[in-house]
Design a protein around this ligand. Structure first.
Ligand code: NAP
Ligand code: F7E
Length: 333
């Protein structure tokens, strides 16, 4: 029989890769989509016509829409929906908690009440480790440093509690940073690849960044999506770190990107304190031994191939933008 999966956050970066992978495996996929004033389905437009994909309006702040999804009695429920921007969470702390923490309890309750055999996966975050020094793994102490991270810690514990209290198949994928050409433009990696490629083509002069010394463990979002499938398909529910195990600073990321484009980053990158956070997470580097040894996960991408793919995609975007701009100039002449 065809297996069914629900995904919240399907219009987001990682949700779009997850949907692709599940459709390739022959799943019927139900995606929760929030209403927005303009279309925001760019990341899933290429799979939109797949007959096995159905989008349903709803929101993690709205219990009834979540319960409505559970009426499909899906085999799997992947919760990737979130206000996922750490800096923005300082500006909208209450909203971030409502969606990222209470929203998870809403889903778990809906599962408990309407479809207790549905397997649940929570997109937990390395941000939960905060100021605990690297390497971080499943038993590292949480020390959250932002409203986003506080909410993710609450959600993590809710997942463990529903597993223990109600015997739900509920797991946490504790993912470290993951990126791709589909990454939102205000996250640092994409901000850098987009700006550097625009600078290369003369469309931009400077790139303003915040803390260049922060260190992160960057993977490809597609590799993380495949880890999520392995975690939900495991014999028993559990919590797993998903990480590359390699750490680079923001400064290094910028240096590598500009270098691959034949530019010196120092000529273009400026620091603007507006991008500093009230409390920063200095260094994250995950130890994913448990996931690799027990579930056999192995990433396809390296740091270098991730950066190459992001540069090549943004270079193509910049080339299209330049052609458009040049044509407008010709029309005006
Ligand atoms: P993303 O690109 O920001 O996508 C977030 C998704 O959540 C979007 O589809 C968004 O919808 C949806 N969403 C936001 N608020 C919602 C609400 N109130 N109700 C329902 N859906 C809502 O994030 P991502 O990078 O794909 O990350 C996916 C998940 O993994 C998130 O939970 C994030 O916190 C977590 N995570 C990410 C990373 C990472 O490095 N990427 C690492 C660890 C954990 P719209 O398209 O309408 O905005
Ligand atoms: O920042 C520094 C910034 O916003 C990375 C989310 O997916 O991963 C992500 O959270 C680092 C931070 O990601 C700029 O201060 C410097 O130290 O790309 P980011 P994040 O905060 O690590 C975790 C695991 C998640 O769970 C989240 O959902 O880069 N940084 N200059 C900057 N960051 C941004 N955004 N913009 C800058 O100009």
């Amino acid at each position: 029989m065809t297996k069914t999966a629900c995904i919240t956050g399907i219009t987001g970066q990682t949700g779009s890769y997850l949907a692709e992978l599940l459709l390739q495996k022959g799943y019927q996929v139900y995606g929760l989509k929030r209403r927005s004033s303009s279309l925001n389905t760019d990341r899933i437009d290429h799979i939109y016509s797949n007959p096995n994909l159905k989008l349903v309006y709803g929101d993690l702040s709205d219990y009834s829409s979540l319960a409505g999804l559970l009426k499909f009695k899906p085999d799997y429920f992947f919760n990737l929906g979130a206000q996922s921007h750490v800096k923005v969470s300082f500006d909208v702390p209450e909203y971030s908690f409502d969606v990222d923490a209470t929203g998870v309890i809403r889903v778990l309750e809906a599962i408990r009440q309407h479809s207790p055999t549905t397997r649940f996966l929570q997109a937990s975050s390395s941000e939960m480790f905060g100021s605990s020094p690297p390497p971080q793994k499943e038993d590292t102490i949480f020390h959250p440093r932002s409203p986003y991270a506080v909410a993710k810690v609450a959600a993590y514990h809710a997942v463990v509690n529903y597993r223990e209290a109600f015997d739900l198949f509920a797991s946490n994928a504790i993912s470290f940073n993951h990126e791709s050409p589909r990454r939102g433009e205000t996250f640092v990696t994409r901000k850098i690849t987009q700006a550097a490629t625009r600078i290369k083509l003369g469309l931009q002069d400077k790139l303003y960044l915040g803390n260049l010394e922060a260190k992160r463990d960057w993977s490809h979002a597609k590799d993380v999506a495949s880890a999520m499938i392995k975690i939900i398909e495991a014999d028993s529910p559990d919590d797993f770190v998903v990480a590359s195990g390699e750490m680079h600073s923001v400064r290094e990321f910028a240096e590598v990107v500009f270098d691959k484009l034949g530019l010196n980053w120092k000529d273009y990158v400026k620091v603007d304190p507006i991008y500093f956070r009230p409390s920063e997470v200095d260094a994250l580097c995950g130890d994913s031994t448990k996931l690799r040894t027990t579930l056999g996960w192995k990433p396809e991408y390296t740091f270098s191939s991730l950066v190459d793919e992001m540069i090549s995609s943004d270079l193509e975007n910049a080339q299209k933008e330049k052609i458009l701009k040049d044509n407008v100039c010709k029309v005006k002449q």
